[in-house]
Design a protein around this ligand. Structure first.
Ligand SMILES: *Cc1c(COP(=O)(O)O)cnc(C)c1O
Length: 369
């Protein structure tokens, strides 16, 4: 029996080798490697995919978020509301512009920012609410945007795990004032290296970010602001254009695996807490995350059956040494801490074969009552 790896980053290349190799040839023979036709075309294709007016390609997901905050003038003295249980990059974007992340706990059923708790966290310093579509499940955007509107706050979606997910029929990336995407290889739409993008309907914001990503320059050698070098690579854009055509199909395959887990995990493991999907949400299943109070032994038994798994994430941002300076006390974000102790991500990727998964999962009993 073949072991089931947690992720297989080579599989998409094998599947699309002909098209990806052709894209590589096209860029290599063009003689144009930075901000050319591939980036421009990808931006058009991805904004139309997300249902947003604008897309700006940048170097990675962290900088996508950072550049939006910077373009909005968020800086020292300002506060940004973030989930307590996210990948640290969400918080890093906030601290990189000099602002303070204000953590808010998630809903225990969806693991996404709890809209009911946002109002309490708002102060005169609050500028932005930054929900994350964690594990590919869309955050509950209507109540989040409602409270943000009432207080005059911007909403920035961290869509790094949300490519193609839908909320009330609308795609992630078109739900807030702007969104940041990552094309890190393991994401649902992944490059073969780093990449990121911003989507928005705000043409002036998009223009500002185009300037910021390119040294603060609109006209070559004329610099209006002190910008960055944060451009989406031409070669990666060409690869992403190939993979974007398969995103819906691949997300569908992920959802079949998720459905299979939802049906079959309770048979072998009745005590696991499975993902909850609200009626108005179509997740893109970036991760399939279960919870168990005996995670360690469950993970060990999965390993013995040849099934890989990972923890997203074992240490919440406020417990990282990187954020000692924020002085957030142990126990003050109990749900984030509890989730960090209980969550486990199971393999879910388009090339994973359900038959193989079934054979491994049922090879030996993995849970005992
Ligand atoms: C991956 C990720 C990021 C950062 O993206 P990079 O491209 O790796 O910089 C930000 N937020 C979340 C939630 C992520 O999963």
């Amino acid at each position: 029996m073949n072991p089931i790896s947690f992720l297989d980053l080579k599989a998409p290349y094998i599947e699309l080798k002909k098209e990806l190799d052709a894209a590589y040839q096209r860029v290599m023979t063009s003689g144009w490697y930075i901000l050319g036709n591939e980036v421009t075309e990808f931006e058009k294709e991805f904004s139309s995919y997300c249902g947003s007016c604008e897309c700006v390609g940048v170097a990675n997901g962290l900088e996508a978020l950072t550049l939006v905050l910077r373009a909005w003038g968020v800086g020292p003295g300002d506060e940004v509301i973030v989930p307590s249980n996210t990948y640290i990059a969400t918080w890093l974007a906030v601290t990189h512009v000099g602002a303070t992340p204000i953590p808010v706990e998630p809903c225990e059923s969806t693991y996404n920012l709890n809209p009911v708790l946002i109002e309490n966290a708002i102060t005169v310093r609050t500028k932005v609410v930054l929900p994350v579509h964690l594990y590919g499940q869309p955050a509950d955007m209507n109540p989040i945007c409602d409270v943000a509107r009432r207080y005059g706050l911007k909403v920035l979606e961290d869509a790094a795990q949300g490519h193609g997910a839908r909320y009330k029929g609308r795609r992630v990336g078109s739900l807030g004032d702007a969104a940041g995407f990552s094309f890190y290889p393991g994401k649902n739409l992944g490059a073969f290296g780093d990449g990121g993008a911003i989507t928005t309907d705000d043409a002036a914001l998009a223009e500002k970010i185009r300037e910021l990503r390119n040294y603060g320059s609109r006209v070559k050698y004329v610099n209006d602001v002190a910008g960055y070098n944060s451009r989406l690579d031409e070669l990666q854009a060409a690869f992403l254009r190939v993979k974007l055509k398969y995103l819906d199909c691949w997300n569908h395959k992920r959802s079949l695996i998720a459905d299979w887990y939802q049906k079959n995990l309770p048979i072998t493991c009745p005590d696991l807490i499975l993902p909850t999907v609200p009626d108005d949400a179509n997740p893109c299943w970036h991760q399939f995350v279960v919870r168990s109070q005996s995670r360690g032994s469950f993970q060990k038994l999965l390993t013995e059956n040849g099934i890989g798994s990972l923890i997203h994430y074992p240490i919440p941002p406020h417990r990282q040494s990187a954020y000692d300076s924020l002085s957030i006390k142990l126990g003050s974000l109990p749900l984030a801490e509890k989730l960090a102790d209980e969550v486990l991500s199971l393999p879910v990727y388009p090339q994973l074969e359900i038959d193989c998964l079934a054979q491994s999962l049922f090879a030996r009993p993995i849970c005992r009552r």
